[in-house]
Each structure stands twice: as structure tokens, then as C-alpha cells.
Design a protein around this ligand. Sequence first.
Ligand SMILES: [Zn+2]
Length: 400
Amino acid sequence: MPKRVTLALLVLVAAQSPGLSAQDYRARAVAILKTVPLIDGHNDIPDAIRERGGLDSVDFAVAQPKLMTDIPKLRAGAVGGQFWAAYVPVTTMDSGPHPAVYALEQIDLIKLLCAKYPRDLAMAYSAADVERNFKAGRVSCLIGIEGGHAIENSLGALRMFAALGVRYMTLTHWRSLSWATASTDTARRGLSAFGRDVVHEMNRLGILVDLSHVNDGTMSDALHAAHAPVMFSHSSARALTHHSRDVPDSILRLVPANGGIVMVNFNPGFVSEEVRVYEDSIGPRTRALRAAGADSAAIGDSLTAWQARAPKATLPQVADHIDYIRRVIGVDHVGLGSDFDGITEVPVGLEDVSKFPDLIAELLRRGWSEPDVQKVAGLNALRVLRAAERVASEMRGARH
Ligand SMILES: [Zn+2]
């Protein structure tokens, strides 16, 4: 019997066997992740490594105390492909190295990191590369720039980032640009005319337009301007957790026609409404203590006591977001975008990259079929990459 059919039967049996243990579901998840590369949309270990080791010591080992990502954990988590964030701090817009230089250094760092572990990691610039690396037993390293300020308003810089192998660019980070508005901004405007030019050029180059971090107006404008599928590399569902970084239903409903993907973020404040409300309470609480005349030591003690009672997000809540997006727009448009090593708190049960199979196991436990699990794990991301490659070659053929 072909392996895939056997697996399908096993999963079917699993779905119908209430007596299966958690370990059984995890074993099924790991078996499925041998058939399809699990692709995560966003991991921030490059900047964590840079903070600790500088640019001369590019190695997972510098990430001490241990962070959420290293080679043994990637292997234990059956990760097949990782979009590493070439994150550019918004402060580079004011001082320090130019954003474009910072981005170049991050891309260099990602390539050095990948080259350091040739038995385990391999660069990938296309869907075909990911599949080839997966067959060879290596984790694909894909590059995503986090923050459109990296191009410094230059389409020439954008084209050169494409030439270096960048496969997505998040249009903004926490701060708005002249051409795109961030989710943290109260302004309602979206993309400017130049912003639409950037989206068009990204489509022509095969760089995915990443709408995590932008405001709803920019999400909508980009979805209407795009010729290729867009992605949300690390955002969850706002209907479940009312955070501006999450995607509202009105935008979710535009995604199927575009063919894009929403890759669910694990950030506790994005997946648990209780945690979001708690996090939002810290600022007002501090201000209230200060207004009541408390000194900084008293404020510190009070916040420590407050934090001891902080709610926790959980793995099933992350699965709830995945389930919700599937229910609203279909299983073809949902994926995983952990934000590991960019987040400081983690859901219980999803502490690091080794835990991905536990999340897949939870979906199986909820009765998900093998083909649906494969889509969320990686097939949807591969489809979006491939579609972007096709649109790019068509647009270049037509000399747009
Ligand atoms: Zn981010």
C-alpha cells in the first residue's frame, strides 16, 4: 500500500478513535510532517543572534540563555522550511545605520547562519528549492524583510533585495511609512500611490506582499492592488482576540479571491483575549499608581504582584485561531507564523520550535483530515510561493 494511503487510513482511524493518547496523535503528526514540509512564516532568531553575538559570531550557540530556536529543536519540531525575519528596527529611520544597510546585514547574517549548518539547513529561493531541500532532509532557509522602511523609498533597492533572494517583505513594522500605514497608527489612510507601485513591483519580482503589521486600510488597499497572492506572515484572527495586529473578518473575507494565506501568530496577546486585556491594563495601572503618589519601588512591587496573576495563553487557543480562519475562509488560506524568538511570552504547550507537532496533533485530535493538516502545515505556503513565482514571470513577460 502506498505510504500516503496508509497514512490516510491511520489518520482516519485516529480521528475515529477517542481512546488515542496524546502521544499517539503526536506520532501521527510527526508521520504527516515526513510527507510535507512544515513551513513557518516568521522567526526572529536572526536579530536575537545579532543582539547577542554581533555580526562576527553568527551561530545558534550565542543565543544564551537558550532561546526558542536551534538545530536540535528545529529537528524535533519536524520543521521543513523557515522564513527567517530580516528584521529592521524602526529606530534605524532616525539614527544608526541606514535601514537598507541594516537589512543587507540581516540578509548576510541569515545566509551565514544557514551556511554554518550545511547538514541541517539550506537556502531556498523558490517553492522548488523547498521541495528539493525537504527530500534531501534539510530545513529550508527563506528570507523575509520585516519593515518596508528597508527600501528607503527606492524601487531600485527593492529590486536588489529581490536579487539577493528575499521572498517576502512586511510593508511596515510598528511605525507608519509615507506610503503604508502601520496597525498601531490611528490614521485611517492605507497605501499611497507610491505604495501601490511598491506592491506592483513586488508582484513583478516575486516578493510576497506581507500584510502583518499594517492597518486595515493598507490591508484592503494592498489586497485590491495585488496581482499575486498576499500573505500575513504572523497574524491571528481579530474576531477571537481584539488586537490590531490580528486580521479582522472583513479583511479575511477578501483573502480567498486573492489566493493568499494567513499564518497564525503564537504571541499570547494575539491569541488569548484574556492576555490581551491583561497586557492592555499594565499601562493604565502604572499611570494610576503614579497618579496616586506611589514611588517607583512601590510601582515595581505592585506590578510584580500583578504579573504573578497574569493569565496564560494555551496551545488549544492557537488551534482555535486556525480552526476559526478555516471556518470563515477555508482551509486553503491558513498556515503557521509562530513569531518565535520575536515574542517574549509563549503559549503553554508551544514553548519553542520543537512543539510544532503538538499543534498538528491538536488539529488531528479535533478531527482534521490528513490533507487539511498538510495544507496548514506547508502546502498552502508552497502554493502561495509558487503562485507568486508564476505571476512574476507573467508580468515580466508582459513587460509591465
Ligand atoms: Zn513582527
